[in-house]
Write a protein that binds this ligand. Structure first.
Ligand code: ZN
Length: 466
């Protein structure tokens, strides 16, 4: 597979070993409209909007500017960036009237353009390091034979950011990206980031080939490689995370660090590439950024860094669903609460049912996604099995005669850290039946609240899915 192109998420796709099971968009999250083009279903829509909301706030709180750039561009933008010459075979090109257009295969040229616009207007009031984030949707031509579940598609969304930094802030900038990745993985996705689960791979140049296969000067490469290694050392010392150096493995435009998670499943260990941090010596030349930054700020050297924490939202979802057997974190899950109304076939049933619907409505009013399952004592385990093999609600709430009599509900939230449901008893408030269920929801959102200052809620009546 060709390695030399200005890109990162594309390469990430190759890291998942071909013999691993192919994660697919299951029916809860989406379908394919045509080869390689995933259509997110209703459940997938909640996942995307909630996740993108979290990502935007997460990055904004860390000093990134949030942008959204168009899906199509005049192909001259990609001529300038160089993509049209060496990435053409992966691009969709078309004409509008007499003008040549491209469907955006990468967000980088737009981000650099935006930086230059801001610089033109506000000069050195624009602070460096300049950081710009987009949940950027890109489309790339892939031959049908190489399409592979969610791992290789023709349209996907990158959690894409670019950092333009002077040399003096570069180590810190790289280290910060690692910290961002660690926080996001731990607090949002319940994935432990430590020496046991993660390693870093530094892809460096072959010194002999600088100026030939690797563009740029010896000085640029040794500076950038030393910056990456200094950051890797800090990470390694702080978290006991190993890093490996692979000489000659860099892209032609710059060295990089990949953050790789090791997933153990029984006897097999799979590798899951999470974040990537890549230097680029090509784009600043193409956009004449060195001269511009020198003129505005007086810096001789400036680095452009491409980085992603998840890579592609679609691919991440695929691997994550595979790893956690279809269970998303509470905040992102399509169905957050399933209320099991356990009927007996006696007079109390109407009370059970109306209470269940009341709890559902109160949850929806607070912004949660919930639904009621009309169950019976004898059919209960079958209903639970059905839910666990389909939508996998984050929390099961049991409500029957016993619960009404003891004024206590039984809730079973799925805990990712333990990979199973726990059982907790929560009081059933006569005035406000959902009160303590809502409190449980608040609690399950607390890590996200810590991460971004609030927990996004998109309410929904999800009953038809149950
Ligand atoms: Zn980029």
């Amino acid at each position: 597979m060709e390695k030399n192109h200005i890109d990162f998420a594309y390469e990430q796709d190759l890291v998942v070993r071909p013999d691993s099971r192919v994660p697919i968009l299951d029916r809860e999250f989406g379908h394919y409209t045509g080869a390689g083009v995933p259509l997110f279903s209703i459940g997938g829509g909640y996942y995307r909007y909630t996740l993108i909301d979290i990502l935007a706030r997460f990055h904004a709180r860390r000093g990134y500017h949030i942008v959204e750039t168009p899906i199509i561009a005049s192909s001259s933008l990609y001529k300038l960036s160089g993509h049209l010459d060496f990435y053409r075979q992966n691009m969709y090109l078309f004409k509008i009237e007499d003008h040549d257009f491209a469907i955006k295969p990468m967000n980088c040229p737009y981000h650099i353009l935006l930086f230059m616009h801001e610089l033109a207007r506000h000069r050195n009031k624009v602070r460096l390091p300049f950081k710009i984030f987009e949940a950027g949707r890109v489309h790339r031509y892939e031959p049908s034979g190489s399409l592979y579940g969610l791992l290789r598609v023709r349209g996907f969304t990158q959690d894409d950011a670019h950092i333009i930094t002077p040399e003096e802030n570069a180590v810190e900038s790289v280290y910060n990206v690692f910290e961002e990745m660690r926080e996001l993985m731990e607090k949002l996705f319940h994935l432990n980031v430590s020496g046991e689960t993660v390693y870093l791979r530094l892809s460096l140049s072959d010194r002999e080939l600088i100026g030939k296969d690797f563009m740029g000067t010896h000085e640029e490469w040794s500076k950038a490689e030393s910056i990456l290694e200094q950051a890797a050392k800090i990470i390694s010392e702080k978290y006991n995370i190993t890093y490996y150096k692979e000489e000659g493995e860099a892209a032609f435009y710059g060295p990089k660090i990949d953050i790789v998670m090791k997933i153990r499943e029984g006897e097999t260990e799979k590798e899951w590439q999470l974040g990537t941090i890549q230097f680029d010596f090509n784009l600043p030349r193409r956009f004449r950024l060195y001269d511009l930054v020198k003129e505005v700020y007086g810096y001789d050297t400036v680095f452009i860094i491409h980085r992603a924490l998840m890579g592609s939202l679609e691919r991440f979802l695929g691997v994550y669903l595979d790893y956690y057997k279809g269970r998303l974190p509470f905040t992102l899950a399509p169905v957050q609460f399933a209320i099991l109304a356990i009927r007996k076939g006696t007079d109390i049933d109407s009370e059970i049912e109306s209470l269940a619907y009341r709890i559902k409505q109160e949850l929806i009013d607070k912004g949660f996604r919930a639904g009621v399952v009309l169950a019976s004592k004898t059919g209960l385990s079958k209903d639970v099995r059905r839910l666990e093999s389909t939508v996998k609600p984050s929390v099961l709430v049991y409500l029957g005669e016993k619960e009404i009599q003891t004024k206590t509900l039984m809730a079973r939230p799925y805990l990712h850290s333990e990979r199973k449901r726990s059982s907790i008893k929560i009081p059933l408030d006569p005035e406000y039946p959902a009160k303590h269920v809502i409190e449980l929801g608040n609690k399950l959102e607390s890590a996200v609240r810590e991460l971004v200052g609030y927990a996004p809620r998109i309410p929904g009546d999800m009953e038809y899915m149950l």
